[in-house]
Ligand binder design. Structure first.
Ligand code: CU
Ligand code: ZN
Length: 187
């Protein structure tokens, strides 16, 4: 009996590590859905790496150029214009800024660069947030929002980024895992 339990826990540990790379902490992900009558959508993944969080993914269906990108306070995208997601995630009661400015909301992720095809490929790291549900700067359970316009990285509290054209609630782990669409990938 004891041996069975030991073997089983070994299998579970292996499963938990599948897909992780060395040095990676917990992951979270979000499926962005169109809002405000747009076609903007995509899937984004967050991985804790030490003190920073790597953000990767792809978003399609926007117009060319820089577009504001933020984590918003409330994990509620139910409103057709995503106003239910409330303001920028701001646990430190700071002012709006760019992602690498000393003064910024934790949720200020700056701008995404959409190309001629309306696609943004995303791969960058930021501090001041963590892949957690419980920490004060934790992003799980909050909303990720893509905007209509560029974020000017200074106008408080919105960055003057215009309407909200995509929204999704950040969940722990990989989106689709419970539906079986996530596949084990050896590395
Ligand atoms: Cu925003
Ligand atoms: Zn902000």
């Amino acid at each position: 009996m004891k041996k069975t339990v030991a073997v089983l826990s070994g299998v579970l540990l292996l499963a938990a590590c599948a897909g992780m790379q060395e040095g990676e902490g917990p992951a979270a992900s979000v499926r962005l859905e169109p809002r405000s009558g747009s076609n903007v959508q995509g899937t984004i993944r967050f991985v804790q790496i030490g003190d920073v969080v790597r953000i990767t993914g792809e978003i399609t269906g926007h117009s060319k150029g820089p577009k504001g990108f933020h984590i918003h306070e409330k994990g509620d995208c139910s409103d057709p214009k995503a106003m239910s997601a409330s303001g920028h995630f701001n646990p430190h009661k700071s002012k709006h800024g760019g992602p690498y400015d000393p003064v910024k909301h934790a949720g200020d992720l700056g701008n995404l660069a959409f190309n001629d095809q309306g696609v943004a490929k995303i791969n960058f790291t930021v501090g001041d947030i963590s892949v957690s549900k419980d920490k004060s700067d934790g992003i799980i359970g909050r909303a990720l929002v893509v905007h209509m316009d560029p974020d000017d990285l200074k106008t408080d509290p919105t960055g003057n980024a215009g309407g909200r054209v995509a929204c999704g609630v950040i969940v722990g782990g990989d989106v689709g895992a419970s539906q079986g669409s996530w596949k084990y990938q050896p590395y």
